[in-house]
Design a protein around this ligand. Structure first.
Ligand code: ADP
Ligand code: MN
Ligand code: MN
Ligand code: MN
Length: 333
């Protein structure tokens, strides 16, 4: 029987790319996913007189919204001569992962986001502010938690799609939530994160709430939204020397890393609200005010992983995992 393949890709919107998708009907149980095309002049990826761009399927999973045989398909964008498009950040991520495959780097990404309804964060009263932060993080109760029905539907959808979602929690600001994907190797962890983001937006349609990855959705004394990126190589999972060497390796490349960690990072990494200043680098055990945290259990076990707390919620996980692999795997090689 014919089935539906939802081709999903990352567009060329600046400064932060958006997701796009369209449906292709696959005939009679055919399983070879063909390359496809789209109008790049409508996605900031091509001029109008040379508008065709190519979609190359790279990752697929069951479509939990449509069910049945239907699938979601993550794609790379190519030029018509099959070179990677300039907006295609996945390619160099995949190449770095391939180059350092022997180190077996894994990633677990904590995606924070904020629901909006009727132009304000879900749970914010009309024309004002809710009670200050304090009771919302991992909270329970109708006076503190907003959007749990959407969050549960999204979690179920991610599981049904077979994504490596590893948890959810309510965050520090009302209407703010988090889900985690991983641990999985790159670029798959990023493919799965982009698909999980797509599912979040898509499910939001049914509940008439939108989700935003804005790193600082409310100015002032409200937490921003990040995408803490946890990572480990085989050596880090086996010993503490590699943990320290990896933490040290990030120090000289602060500027390059932060440049790939999401637009507007200066506004979020201020040194307040559980962040370190964007231009400085620090690491420490259990330290939520450091750039990189060594989880306490990792110190106890003398092995495990590190948490880079700097990436913004709106980061491109292909870029983030690319540069962490490049820096850390080069240092540990
Ligand atoms: P936090 O305490 O910072 O809120 P979370 O529980 O939200 O931490 O997220 C921790 C993340 O770390 C999860 O995504 C998990 O998959 C990931 N993780 C756990 N172990 C490893 C590891 N060895 N390598 C990489 N990521 C890991
Ligand atoms: Mn978390
Ligand atoms: Mn969090
Ligand atoms: Mn974290």
């Amino acid at each position: 029987m014919a089935y539906k393949a939802e081709y999903i890709w990352v567009d060329g919107t600046a400064p932060t790319a958006k997701l796009r998708s369209k449906t292709r009907i696959m005939e009679d149980d055919k399983t070879d996913l063909p390359i496809w095309g789209f109008d790049g002049s409508s996605t900031n990826q091509a001029p109008g007189d040379k508008s065709d761009c190519v979609l190359q399927p790279v990752f697929q999973c069951p479509d939990p919204i449509r069910g049945g045989q239907n699938i979601l398909v993550m794609c790379e964008v190519l030029y018509i001569d099959m070179r990677p498009h300039e907006t295609n950040t996945r390619r160099r991520c995949a190449e770095a992962a391939e180059k350092f495959a022997a180190q077996e780097m894994w990633f677990g990404i904590e995606q924070e986001y904020t629901f909006f309804k009727e132009g304000r964060p879900y749970g914010f009263p009309f024309g004002g502010f809710p009670a200050p932060q304090g009771g919302y993080y991992c909270g329970v109760g109708a006076d503190e938690v907003y959007g749990r029905d959407v969050v549960e539907a999204h979690l179920d959808a991610c599981l049904a799609a077979g994504l490596h979602i590893s948890g959810i929690n309510a965050e520090v600001m009302p209407g703010q939530w988090e889900f985690q994907v991983g641990p999985v190797a790159a670029p798959q962890v990023a493919d799965e994160l982009w698909i999980a983001r797509w599912l979040l937006y898509r499910i939001g349609e049914d509940f008439e709430v939108s989700a935003t990855l804005d790193p600082k959705p409310v100015k002032g004394d409200w937490n921003g939204a990040g995408a803490h990126t946890n990572f480990s190589t085989k050596a880090m999972r086996e010993g503490y020397d590699a943990i320290i060497a990896a933490a040290e390796s990030l120090a000289p490349r602060v500027v390059e890393h932060v440049a790939l960690y999401g637009h507007g990072i200066e506004d979020r990494l201020t040194g307040q609200h559980e962040t370190a200043p964007f231009s400085e680098y620090s690491y420490g055990v259990s330290d939520r005010g450091a750039s990189v945290r060594i989880p306490w259990q990792v110190e106890v076990d003398q092995k495990g992983y590190l948490e880079d707390r700097r990436p913004n919620a709106n980061c491109d996980p292909y870029d983030v995992t690319y540069i962490i692999i490049d820096t850390v795997c080069t240092a540990l090689a």
